[in-house]
Design a protein. Structure first.
Length: 217
C-alpha cells in the first residue's frame, strides 16, 4: 500500500514538474518573441527614419542644384550683357579714336606696287608717299596714321603675315624719315586675309600686294 501510494505521489510530482517546466518555457518563448518584435520595430523605425532623411537630403540637394543652376544662368546672362556692352564700348572707342579720314593712299596698281616677295619701296610709291608727307606736314593739326600691309596668297599664312608687316614697317620708316612722328603712326599686317582681287591671276596677285596708308584727324 505504501509502495503504491509512494509511486502515485512520485507520479504526481513528476507531472507537476513537467507542467511547471512547460509553463516556464512558454513564458520565455513569448518574451523572446516580444523582444524580437520590439527589435524589428526599432529597425523598421530606423529604416523609415533613414529613408526620410535621404528624401530630405535629396530634396535639399535638388533645391541647392536648382539655385546653383539659376545663379549660373544669371551669371551667364550678366556675362553676355557685359561682353555686349564691352564690345559696343570698344567699337565706339575705336570709332572715336579713328577720327575723321583726311587722306588715304594705296600703294598698289599698275605703276605703284610691291614686287613679289619684296618689302622695299618702289620709286613710284616713294613719289606718292612724298606727296602725302607734304600734305601731312602742311596740315596744322594733330594727325594719326594707320598703315596696313597686305600680300597675295602665295606662300604660307605665317610667311605672308610677316611679309605684310615688313612692308608696313618699310612705309612707316619712310614716313618717319620724311618728318612724321613715329608716335603718330600705327602699323598692322593683314597678310593674305583681305584680298581685293583674284589671287589666281597675275594681275590680281599684284593688286593684292599692297600697303594702305590712312591719315586721320
Amino acid at each position: 500500500m505504501r509502495t503504491r501510494t509512494g509511486a502515485l505521489l512520485a507520479g504526481l510530482v513528476a507531472v507537476a514538474l513537467v507542467a511547471s517546466t512547460g509553463c516556464v518555457s512558454k513564458k520565455m518563448f513569448r518574451k523572446n518573441v516580444e523582444d524580437s518584435d520590439t527589435r524589428v520595430a526599432a529597425v523598421e523605425s530606423g529604416v523609415e527614419a533613414n529613408e526620410k532623411r535621404i528624401d530630405d537630403l535629396r530634396g535639399e540637394t535638388d533645391s541647392k542644384l536648382a539655385k546653383l543652376d539659376s545663379k549660373a544662368e544669371r551669371a551667364t546672362e550678366v556675362g553676355r550683357s557685359a561682353m555686349s556692352r564691352a564690345e559696343q564700348a570698344s567699337a565706339e572707342a575705336e570709332k572715336a579714336a579713328r577720327g575723321r579720314l583726311l587722306w588715304e593712299v594705296t600703294l598698289s596698281n599698275d605703276k605703284v606696287k610691291f614686287s613679289f616677295n619684296q618689302a622695299s619701296i618702289p620709286s613710284d610709291a616713294a613719289a606718292v608717299l612724298d606727296e602725302l608727307i607734304q600734305k601731312v606736314l602742311a596740315y596744322d593739326k594733330a594727325i594719326y596714321v594707320e598703315i596696313e600691309g597686305h600680300t597675295d596668297s602665295t606662300g604660307s599664312e605665317d610667311y605672308n603675315y610677316e611679309l605684310g608687316y615688313k612692308r608696313s614697317m618699310t612705309v612707316r620708316d619712310y614716313l618717319a624719315r620724311g618728318g612724321i612722328p613715329l608716335h603718330a603712326i600705327n602699323v598692322i599686317s593683314m597678310g593674305e586675309a583681305s584680298p581685293v582681287a583674284d589671287n589666281s591671276t597675275t594681275t590680281g596677285r599684284s593688286q593684292n600686294r599692297r600697303v594702305v596708308v590712312r591719315v586721320l584727324e
